[in-house]
Write a protein that binds this ligand. Sequence first.
Ligand code: NAD
Length: 261
Amino acid sequence: MYSDLNGKVAVVTGGSKGIGNAISKRFGQEKMSVVINYHSDKDGAQQAADAVEEAGGHAVIVQADISSEAGAKELLQTAIDNFGGLDVWINNAGMEIKSPTHEATLDDWNKVTAVNQTGVFLGCKVALNYFVTNEKKGNIINMSSVHEQIPWPTFASYAAAKGSVKLFTKTIAMEYAKQNIRVNGIGPGAINTPINAEKFADKKQYDKTVSMVPMNRIGKPEEVAAGAAWLASDESSYVTGITLFIDGGMTLYPAFKDGEG
Ligand code: NAD
């Protein structure tokens, strides 16, 4: 636990399930006040909010589409109205669509880009605007992926969006460093969340994914949430512009793991 987080206000996008759900709950354990955004799963968001309150934090849930500017602004306004301001903004919402690139539709490309790339821009813009206007120290975390670094055939739109998140994060980290606003990315590897449910239900695919991880197991959402708590806290006070990979070593070229090559 990080004592400086106690009483701080956070917005978490896509908090109804998976990694965003785990981050919201972890922030509750840190006794933070959390605006939990959801897109369609109200029950999941409410369950996270209940867990936050039970742990001693405070929570409010808000339906909003993070790929719209109005949605991002509504999350900020909810934080101000309910908790008096903002300290930490987590751009977690994401989605992927599998398709060979020569068959991919423009509509699918636009959907993936809208959430993973434009949504991150809008969340950052709204949070930065609040921090700068109020001359407040600020903290932003963008959920990227190992696929900001590792190409992913048939998921080109997703990899392109995460690659964009990487350089966008580094650029604004530099742009706002002098204003005491830290901006970092997290690059999860293979984590056990609904985004992977279908894939991991197939034992062959599950085992194949495990074999791509030097630590030989799938990660837990709570392990990503632990990284988010550290980056949000003053324990990481001199860290900005990084991607913190939480991936069991997936980015270490696992094909070489037994000395091949
Ligand atoms: P998930 O599908 O469980 O959760 C994604 C969340 O984003 C959901 O709550 C969904 O409703 C929300 N969302 C989607 N579109 C939205 C929109 N327009 N507005 C608001 N919310 C929206 O997936 P997850 O695994 O928890 O993924 C969380 C983040 O972590 C994503 O950015 C994903 O790309 C990233 N990630 C996940 C993994 C993994 O293995 N699970 C690996 C690398 C990166």
